[in-house]
Design a protein around this ligand. Structure first.
Ligand SMILES: NC(=O)c1ccc[n+]([C@@H]2O[C@H](COP(=O)([O-])OP(=O)(O)OC[C@H]3O[C@@H](n4cnc5c(N)ncnc54)[C@H](O)[C@@H]3O)[C@@H](O)[C@H]2O)c1
Length: 258
C-alpha cells in the first residue's frame, strides 16, 4: 500500500530522527519510501548523519536533508525552519514531532529541573517546531502536523515513564486539540499518536528481563515495532487522512482501550 499525498512532492520534517532503532528514523525512512522529501532533525548530530546515510542507502533517489536541531531552543528551531525554506527541498507538507525523552523519576523524588526538562523536550518542543513550520504549510497550501504523545498520557505511567512524562504527553494532547481547532481554517490537520511500549532504545538501562515483562503485560503479547508507529505518522500525513483532526490515535496492542 502506498500513501501518496496526491498533490505532488512535499517535504516531511521529522524530529528525533537520529537513532537507527528509533521511531523518528523509521518515520523518515517510511516518508522517503512513499516519495516524500525528508528533513531529518535531532540533537545528536553524529547519529543524524548516520541515519540520513541509512535512509539514502535504502531510497537512493530520496531528497534528504539532515539538520542538527534542539527542539527546546527557539533560535535553533527558527534557524532550522529558515534552512529548510532556503533549501532545494519541495514545500513542507508534514511535520512529525517525534523527539522526546522519558522520565523514570518517581513523583516524590522528581526535581524541578527534571520536571522542566521533560516538559521542555516533550511539550514545548512540538509547540516551537509547529509554530516555526506551520507558516510554510499555509504558504504551500497543504499541512499535516502529527505530535508524539504516549499511552502514558492516558493511563498515567509505568516503569520508565512517570508523572512528568505523563503530564508532558497529556499536554501534547491539549496542544494537538487546540492547534487542530485553530489551524482548521487553513486546511491543516493536527493529530497525536499515542503508542504503548515500542521496541526502541529509549529505555536506557533496561535489561532483557524487563523488556520481556513489558511485552508480556501487553494484551497482544509483544512490543510495537517502530515501523508500525512510523506507518501511522505517514498515514496521518497523507491526503487520505484529510478529515481526521484533533484526534489521539492509540497504537498500544490493547494496553489501554476506551
Ligand atoms: N519507545 C517507546 O516505548 C515509546 C512509547 C510511547 C511514546 N514514545 C515517544 O516516541 C518518541 C521517540 O522515542 P523512541 O522510542 O524512538 O526513542 P529515541 O531515543 O530513539 O528517540 C528520541 C530522539 O529524540 C532526540 N531528542 C531528545 N531531545 C531532543 C531535543 N531537545 N532536540 C532534538 N532532538 C532531541 C534524541 O536524540 C533521540 O534521537 C519520544 O517522544 C518518546 O517519548 C516512545
Amino acid at each position: 500500500m502506498s500513501y501518496q499525498t496526491g498533490i505532488g512532492q512535499r517535504t516531511a520534517v521529522v524530529t528525533g530522527a537520529s537513532s537507527l532503532k528509533g521511531i523518528g528514523f523509521h518515520t523518515a525512512l517510511r516518508f522517503a519510501q512513499e516519495g516524500w522529501a525528508v528533513a531529518m532533525m535531532d540533537l545528536n548530530q553524529e547519529g543524524l548523519q548516520r541515519a540520513l546515510d541509512a535512509v539514502q542507502e535504502q531510497v537512493p533517489d530520496a531528497k534528504l536533508l539532515a539538520l542538527p536541531v534542539n527542539v527546546t531552543d527557539p533560535d535553533s528551531v527558527k534557524a532550522a525552519a529558515e534552512q529548510v525554506a532556503a533549501s532545494e527541498l519541495p514545500p513542507v507538507g508534514a511535520l512529525a514531532n517525534i523527539a522526546g525523552i522519558p522520565s523514570p523519576a518517581s513523583f516524590l523524588e522528581l526535581t524541578l529541573d527534571e520536571w522542566h526538562k521533560v516538559i521542555e523536550v516533550n511539550l514545548t518542543g512540538p509547540f516551537l517546531m509547529s509554530q516555526a513550520f506551520v507558516p510554510q504549510m499555509i504558504d504551500g497550501g497543504y499541512g499535516r502536523v502529527v505530535n508524539m504523545s504516549s499511552v502514558t498520557a492516558q493511563h498515567g505511567g509505568g516503569v520508565f515513564s512517570k508523572t512528568s512524562y505523563a503530564a508532558a504527553k497529556a499536554g501534547v494532547l491539549g496542544l494537538t486539540r487546540g492547534m487542530a481547532r485553530e489551524l482548521a481554517e487553513h486546511g491543516i490537520t493536527v493529530n497525536a499518536v499515542a503508542p504503548g511500549v515500542v521496541d526502541t532504545e529509549i529505555r536506557v538501562g533496561s535489561d532483557e528481563e524487563t523488556e520481556k515483562a513489558l511485552a508480556a503485560a501487553v494484551p497482544l503479547k509483544r512490543q510495537a515495532k517502530p515501523e508500525e508507529i512510523a506507518a501511522l505518522f505517514v498515514w496521518l500525513s497523507c491526503e487520505d487522512s484529510a478529515y481526521i483532526t484533533g484526534t489521539t490515535q492509540s497504537i498500544n496492542g490493547g494496553t489501554y482501550v476506551m
